[in-house]
Write a protein that binds this ligand. Structure first.
Ligand code: HEC
Ligand code: HEC
Length: 341
């Protein structure tokens, strides 16, 4: 009884806090392409035609950066697999960070955002780069002021959320809604594995797939998961594979540990989805591996030894042909964007 009361009060609190923030427009669905599960969206931010369109406009708008030169798309460019093709990202005034910009493709399926998982949702994530001094460097109050000052945005926000305030949370929700439409599937792999089209994969790619899935050979699917009906290619968890160690073999970036302070999380990063991976190099949290072949060779060597190396990473007996086959398989994961209706 007392517990129910507490739950009730908490729920009421949550409701009043989000009043006026829920989209009011026309509900839409992302039609998940072959090989993908349904796209999840939080109850308080269901996809609508209006929020998706508004979020797309915000995503491509450089006015969301201090000097008007950088948008989300500068570092997550649709022409570059929703990444930036750079080792590490470059923000306003050409400042560089120390992490590689991950693709936004299929981020919708990720239970936590960023390499270290420090954001719990796409909504929460979107606030980060806008204010980050080395990315867009625009204080949130100034971001809201700019958007409010634009007549076209005022109309679009009113259609998406109703008349009234434009806040950071509205902006974050719209951007997250657009990102949930940026999902890719129906690749040659999906057509082969889930669609039963045996002609969809080349012989090398099919052999590479077998190595990828086999626990005794590649053991890749231990973390880059693929199920019987769909494949996200990520367990959504954090692992140390030994990427990005210093020449002395020391961890340069503590990754997930900075968030959790759990010793075993040292040097652990989120398992990236491998969809469209052929378009999203260079690879790893620090962009240290330039090609897919370099990644495969890295794993064949058992990652890089360090005290926190995941137990699923170990030296693999892979011939030159096996490695080429694995690369052919990874290249078969490039698919097409979802339709929204
Ligand atoms: C200056 C380049 C830059 C800009 C601009 C930028 N990002 Fe990023 N983005 C990054 C980097 C680098 C990371 C990884 C940082 C980390 O993990 O610590 C990242 C991470 C992300 C992720 C997490 C993906 C995952 O799989 O964990 C999402 C989603 C994302 N950005 C969306 C956005 C959105 C939306 C905007 C605009 C509001 C934006 N980014 C602006 C560079 C950028
Ligand atoms: C223990 C879990 C685990 C296993 C096993 C594993 N991976 Fe990974 N993979 C990860 C993590 C975590 C990262 C990111 C590591 C980092 O940046 O430090 C990653 C990164 C990658 C990347 C780079 C993607 C990008 O966007 O930067 C590729 C490609 C890849 N793995 C392919 C493979 C292949 C092929 C195998 C099998 C030979 C494999 N992985 C085995 C967890 C794993």
């Amino acid at each position: 009884m007392r517990l129910m009361l507490i739950v009730g009060v908490v729920l009421l609190g949550a409701c009043t806090k989000t009043a006026g923030l829920k989209p009011i427009g026309k509900p839409v669905n992302v039609i998940a392409p072959l090989g993908l599960p349904a796209v999840p969206a939080p109850e308080e931010n269901p996809l609508t035609e209006e929020t998706v369109a508004l979020g797309k406009k915000l995503y491509f708008d450089p006015r969301l950066s201090a000097d008007g030169t950088v948008s989300c798309a500068s570092c997550h460019d649709p022409e570059k697999g929703f990444g930036d093709s750079r080792k590490t990202a470059v923000g306003v005034r050409q400042q560089t960070g120390n992490r590689n910009a991950p693709t936004v493709l299929n981020a919708a399926y990720s239970p936590r955002q960023f390499w270290d998982g420090r954001a719990a949702s796409l909504e929460e994530q979107a606030a980060g780069p806008i204010a980050n001094p080395i990315e867009m460097n625009l204080p949130h109050a100034e971001c809201v002021r700019r958007v409010q000052g634009d007549a076209e945005y005022r109309t679009l926000f009113a259609k998406a959320f109703g008349e009234g305030a434009i806040t950071m949370l509205h902006i974050q929700r719209a951007i997250a809604a657009y990102e949930r439409t940026v999902v890719t599937g129906n690749s040659p792999f999906d057509q082969y594995f889930y669609g039963g089209n045996k002609a969809a994969l080349s012989a090398p790619a099919a052999r590479g797939m077998a190595i990828f899935l086999d626990r005794e050979r590649g053991n890749c699917a231990a973390c880059h998961t693929a199920g019987t009906k769909e494949a996200v290619f990520s367990d959504g968890k954090f692992h140390n594979v030994g990427a990005g160690l210093s020449p002395e073999g020391e961890l340069v970036d503590l990754g997930r540990f900075a968030e959790t302070k759990v010793e075993s999380d040292k040097g652990a990063f989120k398992t990236p989805s491998l969809r469209n991976v052929a378009q999203t190099g260079p690879y790893m949290h620090d962009g240290s591996l330039k090609t897919l072949r370099a990644v495969v060779d890295f794993y064949a060597g058992g990652g890089s030894s360090n005290p926190y190396l995941d137990k699923e990473v170990r030296p693999l007996a892979l011939t030159g042909r096996d490695r080429e086959d694995l690369v052919a398989f990874l290249e078969s994961l490039t698919g097409e964007l979802a339709r929204v209706q």
